[in-house]
Design a protein around this ligand. Structure first.
Ligand code: ZN
Length: 500
């Protein structure tokens, strides 16, 4: 009956499996691979990436997609079959524009850049990283030219992470956010509200931190029979299929907060990946929609849920039993205020919910101008520091705490950062809708129960895979587009209350 579609699915599955294998090698590289493994690993990754690209952009695949399109042409737009072929078409059209050797050069360069970035950051010396970054930016520019764009070369790069999003749209959205957020940050940081954090200046057993994190992950329904947690320099989530979704974290004994919330954050990512449609594994639909949607999930769990008063009603008494004697004098309200204290800082991943997006504005502005060629790589440290002064009123003391802090550029990812802010906006919008649909969610969170919230997310977001685009998803769930308003109201409600 659907011979052509079946043939297409078979071909696509081979590429999916190759991509999954690439992801396994990538995970290994970031977790357990010894230092000297870099060179051969970069060749392995280059080879497999080139092969996957060759299969995807082959004449055969082009024909197979065309035939499948013919076969399903009378089906409903959002039916499984039609959606599957539509997503494949989009992917093919984009990837076919990029020559094979660029894919291989990119893979090789990013695998090597990783270790150079680690060294540069350790020595806090941007000059070590600058030459390789310049090459990565050149590769990105080349890629943008092949992909094509209407207004700005950065459009083509954004599109790789957030399909269809343009530089102009980001500028509009960020512009609106800025006019509301910047005065709010000024107002809040000018108030007194945050109590002494002395009780956080202790040593916390790493083993206990890990155990507590695992407990929270289990409560969130992260399925350990389909996942595991390891350690890495930068926490991340990687998914091979919904049957194997892995997260990483990092611990230090002097910072309980950072590890805990990054665990919840990655847990949020992992729930999305574990919730993708298993019956569609190896098809174009068994993947997340975009990084913005992904980030809406992680930030919702980390911040809206994990940093809420209700959450700690349940978990603070438990935390106390994990760290006997260390939180005896701390009450619920003090703890809640400490984990939500607002303070401009140098490090994006450690920043509070209010100042977080300011870090993103800075990266977006720099990336956009670098890609356009109006800023040179060598100028980044100075530009970075001047923007930190402008937006956050502070000057990073060195490159490690400045422009070398993020791993993204070493991954060759330019155009990735805006998806964090898009995710923040969407998280508030989706959560608002979830509460409206299922008011019981807030009461459940106070008991450490998350099944209603997760069921809602599964039903509205996860189970559809990539059937909808970002816009279609947001419109289907909220009846409109992604907006600044719900996020700002969420921040005002929360922080005006804390900083009365
Ligand atoms: Zn994330």
């Amino acid at each position: 009956m659907s011979l052509k579609l079946d043939k297409f699915k078979e071909k696509w599955a081979r590429i999916s499996r190759l991509d999954q294998s690439i992801a396994v090698l990538g995970w290994d590289m970031e977790t357990y691979m010894p230092e000297q493994g870099v060179k051969p690993r970069s060749e392995q990754l280059a080879l497999l990436s080139e092969l996957a690209h060759e299969w995807l952009t082959s004449e055969e695949m082009a024909r197979s997609i065309e035939e499948a399109e013919q076969e399903v042409r009378d089906g409903d737009y959002f039916s499984e079959e039609v959606s599957m072929v539509r997503v494949a078409r989009r992917t093919y059209d984009k990837r076919a524009k990029i020559p094979r050797d660029l894919i291989a050069r990119f893979a090789r360069m990013t695998a090597q850049a990783n270790s150079i970035w680690i060294k540069a950051r350790m020595n806090s010396d941007f000059r070590l990283f600058a030459p390789v970054l310049a090459e990565l930016i050149e590769l990105n520019r080349e890629q943008a030219e092949y992909l094509g764009y209407k207004a700005h070369p950065y459009d083509a790069l954004l599109d790789l992470f957030e399909p269809e999003l343009t530089t102009a749209q980001v500028e509009n959205l960020f512009g609106e956010l800025k006019t509301q957020l910047i005065p709010l940050v000024r107002e809040i940081t000018g108030r007194k509200g945050s109590p002494d954090a002395d009780f956080m200046n202790q040593k916390f057993s790493v083993a206990q931190q890990e155990a507590f994190g695992l407990l929270v992950l289990k409560d969130m329904f992260y399925d350990f029979s389909r996942g595991r947690q390891d350690r890495s320099a930068h926490p991340f989530t990687t998914s091979f299929t919904p049957y194997d979704v892995r997260i990483t974290t990092r611990f230090t004994d002097d910072d309980l907060i950072s590890a805990l919330f990054s665990t919840i954050h990655e847990g949020g990512h992992a729930l999305y990946d574990q919730g993708l449609p298993v019956d569609l594994v190896d098809t174009p639909l068994c993947q997340p929609i975009s990084l913005g949607v992904h980030e809406s999930q992680s930030r919702m769990w980390e911040n809206i849920v994990g940093r809420s008063r209700g959450f700690w009603k349940h978990y603070l008494p438990i935390l106390k039993t994990y760290f006997p004697g260390q939180f005896d004098s701390v009450n619920h309200e003090q703890f809640y205020r400490i984990i939500n204290s607002v303070k401009p800082g140098f490090i994006r991943v450690e920043s509070d919910e209010l100042t977080y997006n300011l870090h993103i504005f800075i990266r977006f502005e720099i990336e956009k101008d670098i890609v356009a060629g109006s800023v040179r790589v060598d100028d980044i440290p100075e530009l970075w520091n001047s923007k930190y002064r402008e937006y956050l009123g502070i000057t990073p003391p060195n490159d490690a705490q400045g422009c070398l802090q993020d791993i993204h550029w070493a991954h060759g990812s330019i155009g990735y950062f805006p998806t964090y802010t898009i995710g923040n906006l969407l998280s508030a919008q989706l959560y608002g809708k979830a509460i409206e649909d299922r008011p019981v969610i807030t009461a459940e969170i106070e008991e450490g129960k998350f099944h209603t919230l997760l069921a809602w997310l599964r039903d509205k977001v996860h189970k559809h895979g990539s059937r909808y685009t970002f816009e279609e998803l947001v419109n289907t769930i909220t009846g409109g587009e992604v907006r600044v308003g719900p996020f700002i109201s969420y921040l005002k409600d929360k922080f005006y209350d804390i900083y009365r």
